[in-house]
Design a protein around this ligand. Structure first.
Ligand code: HDE
Length: 749
């Protein structure tokens, strides 16, 4: 690669060259410099990820990536030019009359540069403004769904369909923090051979309202209040709870919002749901109701609320960074797609309406049938071009998938197209690279801002003879709207079948483990406690008591308010599948463990533990008060990954204190290290100490377990050496994510 010959970097070559950022020569101060010695280059992890063999995450063999490759442009080579390709030799001073004179309009480079800058911003999404995206693929396990749907991408195990997924928070603006209490968007664009299919879902299976006409009301209530634009990305304020208290259809989704589901540890560790009841249509035109589920391979895990609030300051990009880093490291996130199928004849067999998006079909009633797997294996090259410009639309369906009369879905089918027109500036957003289908596109649409293709031909209408009647109307593999019979009066009313609001929230509450239930009570107490008007708290309690009097009285107790009178409360069946902690998978893959160390550290112990954890897929980072190298207790040294000042326990899943007498003494005497450990303890995280490291536990007032290698309340001490038994016990505790039964009240942190 010679920068003297930038033309050699043809578009399309760039992808192949991405890995070698380190060795790439580039200009600096008019001279060529070799980037091998340039500290500012890509991380080694990025390069490793980039050098993975084809087909294993590089995406080069993926048809969507092949479509994008020629459009990718390298900005880290070649010469600076104007938009017209004219080379520029000076971009630091505008053209002026004399050295101190006025700037000249004649300086087209300066004007172009500033004008383009002035127009960099586009409207952020009105909801789901903050997000993170990635590419990957989906593959069905077998053809067993062919009985229900004609959608090839769901039924042909030989077809690997490229996808782009965007995760998001809902209420906050683009620059808000990731770890707020909120629903997460989980939107998937499948670039199928039969056209793009978008499954625009959330990480909750229910929504806050039943009819799309209420969406502006709901969003206005939860967004920052209009008079002062406060608070940002928070639901804990008067307008939301005023709305909730008046609109009981919100309550089921509110229960999810108050639960740990609203605080995901990672986008990779949350479920996704299509929410609505959709319709599969098979080759014979027969319909079946379907609900979609995404289940993460790593299990469903959450943060605790106190942690979330701290992470929002320590690392506002926490969830974004986690997704990006794991993909760069080759730890590709995976989800299993599942479906709940309901034959049309059974539409009225439920005690709720299938068209009501505030209800779930309990998994105990209709099991989730596994269908296929999605893997995300490639980060975007450019956030704006891909993650920001991706345009999802619930009406982007392919043959085999159709809608139902869910009144929420019906208005979504209007809204998503409409919103892109303002957000992406006109009707040609489907030409943007990330939005382009892989399927052949031929329409008679013409003109509009920002057309990217060059339609060729004379006859842009149907029917024509001039164009030979083309594009022709197909009669195979076409989308035909499902034929159904509809009749009735025009009415502006809510169906009576939608009007029961409390049974499913009660089922949710009663299906929680005691810890999950306690978190819900605390969340209500926090949110309502933040409301300024006491009457709003009382109104909300009047709704909570109808869900469950015990829950309401616990919340009321925290608020110091009387529990409202409870009417009769009907019993409901439980749904154990709703608890997220009951069956965590036994993996510790990609969990992050902080190892606190200091000079005089027992290097061998740390190395042994790190190797054992790495073999199980977990990551460790050595933290110390100072950067650089730590002196070993006897010999050797240990490289510090991060300093304590730049990190915090809330950014890790567990903490280990290294052994070595001197190191342990230093750490035990240091406020930040003791705080780090007690804080992790307070957040119910696994804490392990190697040998003398137990000193730090004592300094923090945490009981040291009597027996080595035997965890007590998720605290574990090694013997003189790090044994297999120790590693095994630590991994088991870590797989459980948090130790909820731990009593943390006595520990200050
Ligand atoms: Fe959305 N929603 N929504 N929504 N939604 C948008 O579309 C809307 C709803 C969801 O990563 C907007 O392109 C209405 C339910 C996700 O780009 C907008 C109604 C569910 C995303 C819009 C709903 C969702 C959006 C804003 C009620 C879960 C982010 C920007 C009728 C199943 C997609 C945009 C992305 C985005 C409207 C209800 C999920 C304004 C009118 C229910 C994941 O069109």
């Amino acid at each position: 690669l010679s920068p003297a010959d930038p033309g050699s970097r043809r578009p399309g070559n760039d992808h192949a060259h991405r890995p070698v950022r380190h060795g790439r020569a580039r200009h600096r101060g008019g001279q060529l410099v070799d980037r091998t010695s340039d500290q500012g280059s890509a991380t080694p992890a990025a390069s490793e990820a980039a050098q993975r063999p084809l087909g294993e995450g590089r995406g080069d063999t993926d048809p969507k990536q092949q479509q994008l490759d020629p459009l990718r442009q390298d900005r880290e080579s070649g010469y600076l030019t104007t938009q017209q390709g004219v080379r520029v030799d000076h971009t630091d001073d505008a053209l002026s009359v004399g050295a101190r004179g006025p700037t000249l309009l004649e300086d087209f480079h300066a004007r172009e540069k500033v004008t383009h800058f002035d127009h960099e911003r586009i409207p952020e999404r009105v909801v789901h403004a903050r997000g993170a995206g990635a590419y990957g693929y989906f593959r069905p396990y077998d053809d067993s769904l062919a009985e229900y749907t004609a959608a090839k991408f769901l039924t042909d195990p030989g077809t690997r369909t490229p996808v782009f997924v965007r995760f998001s928070t809902v209420a906050g603006s683009r620059g808000s923090a990731d770890t707020v209490r909120d629903v997460r968007g989980f939107a998937t664009k499948f670039y199928t051979e039969q056209g793009n299919y978008d499954l625009v879902g959330n990480n909750f299976p229910v929504f806050f309202i039943q009819d799309g006409i209420k969406f502006p009301d709901f969003v206005h209530a939860v967004k920052p209040e209009p008079h002062n634009e406060i608070p940002q990305a928070q639901s804990a304020h008067d307008t939301l709870w005023d709305f909730v208290a008046e609109q009981p259809e919100t309550l089921h989704a509110i229960m999810w919002l108050m639960s740990d589901r609203a605080l995901p540890r990672s986008y990779r560790m949350m479920q996704g749901f299509g929410v609505h009841t959709f319709r599969f249509v098979n080759a014979e035109g027969r319909g079946t109701f379907v609900k979609f589920h995404w289940k993460p391979a790593l299990g469903v895990h959450s943060l605790v609320w106190d942690e979330c609030q701290q992470v929002a300051g320590r690392d506002p990009d926490y969830n974004r960074r986690d997704l990006w880093d794991s993909i760069e490291a080759g730890d590709f996130p995976r989800w299993e797609l599942g479906v709940q199928l309901v034959p049309e004849e059974q539409e009225f067999d439920f005690d709720f309406d299938l068209l009501d998006s505030t209800k779930i079909i309990p998994e105990e009633q209709v099991p989730v049938r596994p269908v296929g797997e999605m893997v995300l294996d490639r980060n975007p090259d450019n956030f704006f071009a891909e993650t920001e410009q991706v345009a999802f639309h619930t009406a982007n369906v392919v043959p085999g998938i159709d809608f139902t009369n869910d009144p929420l879905l019906q208005l979504r089918n209007f809204s998503y197209l409409d919103t892109q027109l303002i957000r992406l500036g006109g009707p040609n957003f489907a030409h943007l690279p990330v939005n382009r289908p892989l399927a052949d596109v031929r329409t008679h649409q013409q003109d509009g801002f920002g057309r990217h293709d060059i339609p060729h031909g004379q006859a842009f209408y149907t029917k024509n003879t001039l164009g030979g009647g083309c594009p022709a109307l197909a009669d195979e593999e076409v989308f035909r709207h499902y034929t159904r019979r509809e009749e009735g009066d025009t009415l502006r009313i809510r169906s009576d079948s939608f009007k029961e609001y409390y049974r499913q929230p009660r089922m949710f509450w009663r299906s929680m483990t005691p810890t999950e239930a306690e978190h819900i009570v605390s969340a209500f107490a926090f949110e309502l406690g933040k409301c300024k008007r006491v009457e709003i708290r009382s109104h909300a309690l009047e709704q909570l008591v109808r869900i469950d009097p015990d829950m309401a009285s616990r919340v009321a107790g925290r608020l110091g308010l009387p529990t409202p009178e409870a009417g009769p409360v009907e019993d409901v069946p439980l749904s154990p599948a709703l608890s997220q902690v009951k069956d965590p998978p036994a993996t510790i893959a990609t969990r992050k463990i902080a190892v606190l160390a200091a000079d005089g550290v027992d290097v061998a112990g740390v190395e042994r533990l790190r190797t054992a954890l790495r073999e199980r897929g977990a990551e460790t980072e050595v933290l110390a008060e100072h950067g650089g190298e730590l002196r070993g207790a006897t010999e050797g040294g240990l490289t510090v990954d991060k300093t304590l000042a730049t990190m915090a326990s809330v950014l890790y899943d567990a903490v280990v204190v290294a052994g070595g007498d001197t190191a342990a003494r230093t750490l035990a005497a240091a406020g930040p290290a003791v705080h780090f450990v007690t804080e992790a303890y307070k957040h119910f995280k696994p804490v392990a100490v190697l040998g003398a490291g137990a000193e730090v536990l004592r300094a923090g007032g945490i009981a040291v377990p009597a027996e080595p290698d035997t965890p007590v309340d998720g605290v574990l001490q090694s013997g003189d050496a790090v044994s297999d038994g120790f590693v095994e016990s630590f991994a088991t505790v870590l797989a459980g994510h948090r130790i909820w039964e731990r009593d943390t009240t006595a520990i200050p942190a």
